[in-house]
Design a protein around this ligand. Structure first.
Ligand code: BTN
Length: 251
């Protein structure tokens, strides 16, 4: 875990305070959810070297071997009276993409809603889970898996996954990537909560590979043309009709 331990939490950054570091856990999202339900404060972060039951979106497993990648979950509480959890998840995808740009030869892209990709292969994924009190979310757990040093992936994702190590052609220290993630998540999500989605929307559009591409979600097929003020992907079908898509998996 040596290359994981040496991270720095930038001054003023509220993420990673406190930070609970585990050599092995089931899922950092489960750990963080439990902590959040018990009242853990904004910024509380669980980081693991390996997970035995890492979870991805849509009930998929997230491969989480030791010594290779980053698996962390952040308890986010700020701004939830004005920012809905799906917008926070969009903002987190943008922040991760911007942070990973520091380590890639060319800029990374966001596949809506929040996969971070490099040349069409997945570098990082985000699982955001809201914790509700009544009808309002009082915390969102932002679970992040970043492929940093891995070079061999399970058969099921081999064709669609990559890592910073692969795209750089040289090793990367996980702690350095972690420090960049803390800084960007705090900055970009802080801006989102203070000034609303409009403050980051254009930055997300600029790196959203689903805009200008042919996409399918559920029954809708067409070209992604924009993100609306609520973060929905606008898809123009072959008859010219515009469909706002608020959730789902793009094919
Ligand atoms: C996706 O399907 O793209 C989301 C993957 C999210 C994986 C991360 S790893 C840390 C955290 N703990 C989990 O069990 N899942 C998230």
């Amino acid at each position: 875990m040596d290359d994981l331990n040496a991270f720095v939490i930038p001054q003023g950054c509220r993420i990673g305070r406190p930070l609970i570091l585990k050599a092995l856990t089931g899922s950092t999202n489960d750990d963080a959810r439990l902590l959040a339900s018990g009242g853990a404060g904004h910024g509380t972060t669980v980081l693991a070297d390996a997970q035995t039951a890492g979870r991805g979106r849509l009930g998929r497993a997230w491969s989480s071997p030791s010594g290779e990648n980053l698996y962390l979950s952040v308890v986010w509480r700020a701004g939830l009276d004005s920012i809905d959890p799906p917008l926070l998840a969009l903002g987190a995808g943008l922040a991760v993409s911007e942070a990973l740009d520091l380590f890639t030869p060319a800029p990374t892209a966001v596949k809506w809603p929040n996969d971070v990709r490099y040349h069409g292969k997945k570098l990082a994924g985000l699982l955001a889970e809201a914790i509700y009190r009544g009808s309002r979310a009082n915390a969102v757990v932002l679970g992040l898996g970043v492929n940093v040093r891995g070079e061999v992936f399970p058969d099921s994702i081999r064709a669609i996954a990559t890592s910073l190590r692969i795209v750089r052609g040289e090793d990367v220290v996980r702690a350095v990537v972690l420090t960049a993630l803390f800084e960007r998540l705090d900055g970009t999500l802080g801006q989102l909560c203070a000034d609303g989605f409009g403050a980051i929307r254009q930055r997300l559009i600029d790196r959203c590979e689903s805009i200008g591409a042919r996409v399918t979600v559920g029954e809708i097929t067409g070209v992604g043309v924009d993100l609306d003020a609520g973060g929905a992907l606008l898809i123009r079908d072959d008859y010219g009709a515009i469909h706002p898509v608020r959730a789902g998996e793009l094919r």
